[in-house]
Design a binder for this molecule. Structure first.
Ligand SMILES: Cc1cc2nc3c(=O)[nH]c(=O)nc-3n(C[C@H](O)[C@H](O)[C@H](O)COP(=O)(O)OP(=O)(O)OC[C@H]3O[C@@H](n4cnc5c(N)ncnc54)[C@H](O)[C@@H]3O)c2cc1C
Length: 419
C-alpha cells in the first residue's frame, strides 16, 4: 500500500521540498498507477543531494519502499536491483555471493537510482563514476507503462545520468566483477610542492585515492589510499608517499579528527565494500550539519585549478570544513560530469553557514572559471550550465521526446538545464 506523507527536507536539511506530497509505493505496479494519475511527479532517492534537484510542484515519488529484489546474473556479470535500494544492501548481497562493484561513493547510504542519476563518483584514476556501471534501466513512462533502456540502445548514453527528467526508474542493472579484498591506509605531511609537481604520483598511489585539505595549512592534509589486494597476500604499504608518512593509527575523519564513523583504516584487509566507502553503513556519515559543493575539471588543467583555489584559501577558510580531491576516469554518458575527459574533482564540505557558503561559492567559481568546471548536479553551485556539457542539447531533445507534457520536469531542471 502506498504511504503518503509531507515531503520534508534533504538529508542535510539544505532544502525544504515544496512538493505537495511524498508517495512511497510498496510495489512497482502501485508506482505505475501513481505516475499515470499525476500531472507533475518526480522521484526522490535517499535525499542526499543538497539542492532542489528532485523537487516538483506536484508529487514526489520515492521508490525506497519497494523490495530490493537483488538478481545476480553470473553469465552476464550483472546485478539488477530496485532503484530505491541503498548501495549498502546491494554491496552486502554481492560480497556474500563472491561478487563486487567496481567502486563506491564516500557513503553507502545513498540509493542506486539516485546516485547513478547524478553521476555520483568515488575515486581512482582508472575508475569511471558509479553511473558507468549501469547496463540497463527500467523507467516508468508518463502513461504509467514500463520502458527499458539497455546498453547498446541509441538512447542509452543519454539516459543513464538523467537527473530524474526521464521518469522514475524502477530497476537498475549494474556491471559486476569477482569479489576482491582491499586495504585502506592514510598518509599525512605531503608538501604542497609535491602535490603540484607529482599530482599523478599522488592520485596513482592506489586504486582509489582521496586528498583532504583545508588549503591554508603548511602541508596538504590527509591522504586516504584504498588499494585492492590479492586474496592471500597482505603486502605492507610503503611507509612514505613522497613527502607524506603513513599513519599507523586507525580512524581519522575526513577533517583529520578521531572518528568512529569511518571504514577501517591502518591497513587491515577487508572486503571491498568495507574499505572503498569512507563511511560505515551503521554510522551517521560525514558531519551531517553541512553543505557540499563540487566541481570537476579536466585532468590536463588539474594542477592549475588546484593552485587557483589555493590562491583564495583565506576567503574559503571561514566557511570550510574540508576539501577533498579525487579523480574519475572519462566516460561517454551525456550528462556525466566526466563526459569525455579524465577528471579531477574538487570538493568542498562547508559549514552550515548558508550566507558565507554562498559568498565562498562565488569566489571558487570565479577562480575556476578559466578551467571549464562542471558542477556536481546534486550539490550547491551558482554558475550557469552551458558549453561545458556538450551533449546538453541532445539531452533536451531526449527529454522532449520521452516526456512531451513535462510531467517529470521541476524548477531545477527548468532553471539549470532549461528543458
Ligand atoms: C554525506 C554525503 C556524502 C556524499 N558523497 C558523495 C560522493 O562521495 N561522491 C559523489 O559524487 N556524491 C556524493 N554525495 C552526493 C550524492 O551522492 C548525490 O547527491 C546522489 O544523487 C544522492 O543520491 P540519493 O539517492 O540521495 O538521490 P536524491 O538526492 O534523493 O535524488 C537525486 C536525483 O536523482 C533522482 N532520482 C532519485 N531516485 C530516482 C529514481 N528511482 N528514478 C529516477 N530518478 C531518481 C532525483 O529525482 C534527483 O534528480 C554525497 C552526499 C552526502 C549527503
Amino acid at each position: 500500500m502506498t504511504d503518503r506523507t509531507p515531503p520534508g527536507r534533504t538529508w542535510a536539511g539544505t532544502h525544504e521540498f515544496r512538493a505537495a506530497e511524498l508517495l512511497v509505493p510498496a510495489t512497482i505496479a502501485e508506482a505505475q498507477e501513481l505516475v499515470a494519475a499525476r500531472d507533475r511527479i518526480r522521484s526522490l532517492g535517499t535525499r542526499h543531494s543538497f539542492n532542489d534537484l528532485a523537487d516538483t510542484p506536484g508529487s514526489l515519488l520515492a521508490l525506497t519502499g519497494i523490495a530490493p529484489d537483488v538478481v545476480i546474473d553470473t553469465d552476464a556479470r550483472t546485478v539488477t536491483v530496485g532503484a530505491g535500494t541503498r548501495y549498502a544492501v546491494v554491496a552486502s548481497e554481492l560480497a556474500a555471493r563472491g561478487w563486487a562493484l567496481h567502486n563506491l561513493g564516500s557513503l553507502p547510504h545513498i540509493s542506486v537510482g539516485g546516485a547513478t542519476a547524478t553521476a555520483t563518483h568515488g575515486s581512482g584514476d582508472h575508475n569511471g563514476n558509479l553511473s558507468t556501471a549501469v547496463r540497463a534501466l527500467e523507467f516508468i513512462a508518463p502513461d504509467g507503462s514500463l520502458r527499458a533502456v539497455r546498453s547498446g540502445d541509441a538512447d542509452f548514453a543519454g539516459s543513464v545520468v538523467h537527473l530524474g527528467a526521464l521518469g522514475p526508474v524502477t530497476r537498475v542493472t549494474l556491471a559486476i566483477e569477482p569479489g576482491y579484498r582491499a586495504r585502506q591506509d592514510t598518509y599525512e605531511g605531503l608538501t604542497w610542492d609535491d602535490l603540484f609537481d607529482r599530482l599523478d604520483v599522488v592520485t596513482g598511489a592506489g586504486y582509489s585515492v582521496s586528498v583532504f585539505t583545508t588549503w591554508d595549512t603548511p602541508t596538504v592534509g590527509n591522504i586516504w589510499v584504498k588499494e585492492r589486494v590479492g586474496e592471500a597476500s597482505a603486502p605492507d604499504m610503503v611507509p612514505t608517499l613522497l613527502s607524506a608518512r603513513r599513519r599507523a593509527e586507525k580512524a581519522l575523519s575526513p577533517t583529520g579528527e578521531e572518528a568512529d564513523n569511518t571504514t577501517e583504516q591502518g591497513g587491515a584487509i577487508g572486503d571491498w565494500h568495507e574499505r572503498l566507502p569512507h563511511f560505515r553503513i551503521d554510522a551517521t556519515p560525514s558531519n551531517g550539519d553541512e553543505i557540499q559543493t563540487e566541481y570537476l575539471v579536466d585532468r590536463a588543467v588539474a594542477v592549475d585549478a588546484i593552485r587557483a583555489v589555493r590562491s583564495i584559501a583565506g576567503r574559503v577558510a571561514p566557511a570550510l570544513l574540508v576539501t577533498e580531491l579525487r579523480t574519475v576516469a572519462a566516460d561517454e554518458l551525456w550528462l556525466s560530469t566526466a563526459y569525455g575527459r579524465d577528471s579531477l574533482c574538487i570538493h568542498f564540505t562547508w559549514r552550515n553557514l548558508p550566507d558565507a557558503v554562498a559568498a565562498a561559492i562565488v569566489e571558487v567559481e570565479r577562480v575556476l572559471a578559466p578551467f571549464d568546471p562542471r558542477p556536481h548536479w546534486g550539490k550547491l553551485f551558482a554558475m550557469p550550465i552551458g558549453a561545458s556539457f556538450p551533449r546538453l542539447g541532445d539531452f533536451r531533445e531526449l527529454v522532449a521526446r520521452t516526456d512531451p507534457a513535462g510531467k517529470f520536469r521541476g524548477p531545477y531542471l527548468e532553471r539549470v538545464l532549461r528543458v
